[in-house]
Design a protein around this ligand. Structure first.
Ligand SMILES: [Zn+2]
Length: 273
């Protein structure tokens, strides 16, 4: 799938999950906490594609997500792509093909999702609020780039970076600082898993079984059968899937906040009468 669909699916899953734990388990979050979680999960749903690097020296190419913070994130993507290729080459078995590019390898596995989720939680637990602000800054940038791709393209990376800075600053000013926010790491991990599912419905699949060897292959690409696969950037993705994700997101927000708003209105009506 393309960036905007990944980001949208991450946001939809986080909002639907927040609604579900609120509705069924009575776990209500503040609007700010829901907003931060949604942005981080949407950003996390783009994170695996930070393995698609371009030409850093010429400031060209790379996945949209790799261009979020201009040449800086393009450089990060280059490093991640090389590390992923290293992991691929080091763990490939005799039947795995040779590769000279690390896209859709290590960052597209469940251990990677667990690792970045755990790493984010550990970072926030050790460094508290400032780590939270850094995570929110980075993830909000990815989310903006993904969710508002046309705006981000026109505005350029500097504006996207500034906007992420404003979001991070707002979060820092309003979140209570005496907690570890394990939920942030959870949101990053969930986002990565949502990304894998999104790539699995397209034709190429992802190496979801890694590191379980099967038939002298460690990096088997797993996805839905070709006949059912969604074409990247095709009508099914751009029209059907994005509409469904948007509807899920809107209904979840409505489900979480409408009852409170209605209750308020009701009370006001009574008070007036
Ligand atoms: Zn991907």
């Amino acid at each position: 799938m393309m960036g905007p669909s990944h980001a949208l699916s991450g946001a939809a899953v986080w909002l639907a999950g927040s609604w579900a734990v609120d509705h069924f388990a009575g776990y209500a979050q503040s609007p700010l906490a829901i907003g931060v979680g949604t942005a981080v999960c949407a950003g996390g749903a783009l994170l695996p594609d930070l393995d698609l690097s371009g030409k850093v020296t010429r400031n060209q190419g790379g996945a949209t997500v790799a261009r979020t913070f201009g040449v800086f994130s393009l450089f990060v993507a280059e490093v991640i792509e090389k590390i992923s290729l290293g992991v691929y080459t080091a763990t490939k078995l005799s039947r795995d093909p040779r590769r000279n590019n690390g896209h859709r390898t290590f960052t597209h596995t469940l251990p990677f999702a667990g690792l970045v989720g755990w790493g984010t939680t550990a970072l926030c637990a050790s460094y508290g609020k400032w780590a939270v602000v850094a995570v929110v800054f980075f993830m909000a940038g990815l989310a903006l780039r993904g969710l508002f791709d046309e705006w981000a393209e026109r505005a350029g990376w500097l504006i996207v970076t500034l906007a992420s800075g404003v979001i991070a600053w707002f979060t820092a000013a309003h979140l209570p600082g005496d907690r570890g926010y394990p939920i942030l790491g959870f949101a990053v991990g969930v986002g990565c898993v949502v990304h894998l599912l999104g790539d699995m419905v397209t034709k190429n699949g992802v190496p979801i079984l890694w590191p379980i060897p099967m038939g002298r292959r460690m990096w088997r690409m797993i996805g839905v059968p070709n006949g059912m696969a969604v074409r990247v950037g095709g009508r099914t993705e751009v029209v059907v899937l994005r509409t469904v994700f948007t509807l899920i997101a809107i209904l979840s927000v409505f489900g979480m906040f409408a009852p409170h708003v209605l209750q308020r209105l009701d009370l006001d009506v009574w008070a007036d009468g």
